[in-house]
Design a binder for this molecule. Sequence first.
Ligand code: SF4
Ligand code: SF4
Length: 439
Amino acid sequence: MSKQEKEYFHALHILEDNCTGCTSCVRVCPTEAIRVRDRKAKIDSLRCVDCGNCIEACAFHAIIPRSDTLDVIHNFKYKVAIISTSYFGQFTEDVSYEVAKQALYELGFDDVQEEAMVTQFQVEMIRDYIRANRDKRPILSSNCPTVVRLIQLKYPSLLSNLFQLEAPMSILTRYLRESIKQEKGLEENEIGIFLIVPCVAHVTAVHQPEGAYKHLQDGAFSIGMIYGKVREYIKHLKNNPPKIETFPKGLMWALSGVQADLVDCEDIRALSVNGVDNVMEILSRVEDHYLDQYDFIVLRSCTNGCVGGCLNVENPFVAMSRIKKMIKEGKDKKIDVHDLIELYHAGEFDVAPLSSRPVLELDKDIKKAIVKMKKLNEILTNLPGLNCCACGSPSCYALAEDIVQGKATIEDCIVLLRRHSREEEESKQEEIKSAQDKV
Ligand code: SF4
Ligand code: SF4
């Protein structure tokens, strides 16, 4: 494993014994990060953007998500959970907003806060940023870690378009850390702040935050992982619903398309896009300046946004409908954002400029890259062009690239192998026939 590979954390791994080499994962990976060799799948850590497509595609449960184990919270004196808005769409309709939130206290947290608390503040911050950076339009949202990594990997020319301030859960983390230190008189290392997240990309982002200047969260738990325990607590809480602060209006953040609608106003035109294939198409168009009419583009890798995250348990459409119901029925509490504004002006939510991940180039040396490209094209003309994935690479082009990079051989192409053996068989038969004719 190269030094660079070791630097990239991913919140998923392969259980080799379960893998049958079926190549379903190879076909759905948007960055061509998976190869099957010797009937076993392998993920290229440099290319993976943690979209989670492969987890959903594997019928043999050979690719599984990684998240922290719940007992890590006991390493801290004061434990805080920050909940992604999509969490509230995961329960049946008889489970109220308050009960779903209280269940997390029962899990062992001293404090439970919601991403929804700061989403309206985030909208104002985005508008401010867009108005101050008209030369960089369209500004691309940086909330979805998969989209950020996709841009680093495949669209580096768009890095300057990325929104360069923290996302809501990180804003809340910074704010809480400061206020808990002051209110409770605790040291930084006594406070553990954890995220409850809907996707592998957010787990990765906690362990490897891009552009963060300071220590952020101490771990992340997937909604799917804590769901069983939470359901147990909910059963007991339902008969005795707690009185607890909630922020229904902020839950809009979980709904696909709403973020763009919230930012959209008289002088700002916003567009919302979700689903990794749609995101890639839109990013290509932004690169070609086809979408210069937009000031802001909200990009989410999961279908329907964060409610479509692969670590959720509920169907995203049903989850969306439940969240809409909570927004309609809930009473909003006015949030004092005075402290947040102060932190914002002090530069606490700034993000360092991100760098690209130049792993898709054939060689760093331009001369060598040209030679390799020539060789690649020669190999490509000999391959059948079926893009069948039977070789274990995602396309004939990818196999040619793998051969040039010394990661595969032409014999990996099963179609070519069969064709050659058929041709050999035919020529053998012809030889036998002509020998018989002579006799
Ligand atoms: S989908 Fe990928 S990981 Fe799962 S069994 Fe098939 S080749 Fe193996
Ligand atoms: S998580 Fe996404 S990018 Fe990473 S290997 Fe799986 S499909 Fe490819």
